[in-house]
Design a protein around this ligand. Structure first.
Ligand code: 13P
Ligand code: ZN
Length: 269
């Protein structure tokens, strides 16, 4: 069977980059079984021939209406599919969907009728907001990083910017490369509209949010950019936990050292 990626260099490169990230999620131990999902807005990479392609699935509801997404195209991880499989075979463990005229449903157009992730409401709600706000961001990534999820089980860490400040102070690069910090989304049922709504709200102020007792959700220019922000936060979480395992609470960089970073790297705060 001919893949939609054949002869389309830019679309292929985007899907292959996403597959590379899926491999990193698995290698990091963040993607047990089908854990995590990635969606990428590929509308700008879609040509007229793709626009003419017939649906290969029924029309399916998103669960919410998102006018900004009319006629948009997304590459989505398939629900129940494994990141480690997607890394090798992205078009067998994911698919490309087209948002319908009603802005409340989608069809699958390629390569196979692989149903998109159960977290589609969260992903698409965020993509709609990114389009509305003129953002250059095209990708959203949800994954289950062990140390960050562990930290979300400790109530005192869930106050606004408590974890942001702890994680920023573990190593200077975290503040430089995740300059907005880590937002907190209270526990909500996976795949629910409630989770989508609170994720959307919290991502107004952050690029990465922690889903209490579940995982993280990040937005970025592409899947690699979203992954990098999660990766630096996860590195800080590991340093914190290593120090605790050695029997002490890590000192963290001082306020003055953090301020010096803000000035030197022209950071927002
Ligand atoms: P999917 O397999 O439907 O993408 O779900 C994985 C997950 O992590 C849900 O939160
Ligand atoms: Zn999950």
């Amino acid at each position: 069977m001919k893949s939609i990626l054949e002869g389309r260099t830019a679309l292929r490169a985007e899907v292959e980059k996403t597959a590379e990230v899926a491999g990193y999620l698995w290698q990091n131990g963040w993607a047990e079984r089908n854990g995590g999902n990635i969606t990428v807005n590929v509308t700008h990479l879609v040509d007229n021939d793709i626009r003419q392609l017939p649906a290969i699935s029924e029309q399916r509801p998103i669960g919410i209406t998102l006018p900004a997404l009319r006629g948009c195209y997304f590459y989505c991880k398939g629900t129940g599919k494994r990141m480690r499989d997607l890394a090798r075979q992205p078009m067998e463990n994911g698919s490309i969907i087209r948002i319908q005229e009603d802005c409340a449903s989608y069809v699958i157009i390629a390569d196979q009728p692989v149903l998109p992730t159960s977290e589609l409401p969260s992903h698409l709600a965020v993509h709609a907001r990114l389009i509305e706000s003129g953002s250059p961001y095209k990708a959203t990534v949800h994954t289950h990083p062990i140390e960050l999820v562990a930290m979300s089980h400790h109530r005192p860490f869930l106050g606004k910017d408590v974890l942001t400040n702890i994680l920023w102070s573990m190593i200077p690069e975290t503040k430089a490369f995740c300059p907005l910090g880590l937002g907190i989304v209270p526990y909500a049922l996976p795949g629910s509209n409630a989770l989508a709504e609170s994720t959307l709200r919290e991502l107004e102020d952050y690029d990465v949010v922690l889903w209490e007792k579940h995982g993280v959700f990040a937005k970025g220019l592409d899947a690699m950019d979203a992954f990098d922000q999660i990766d630096v936060l996860s590195k800080s979480a590991k340093i914190y936990l290593s120090a605790k395992a050695m029997g002490f609470v890590p000192e963290g960089m001082t306020e003055a050292q953090m301020k010096e970073m803000t000035a030197a790297f022209h950071l927002p705060r």
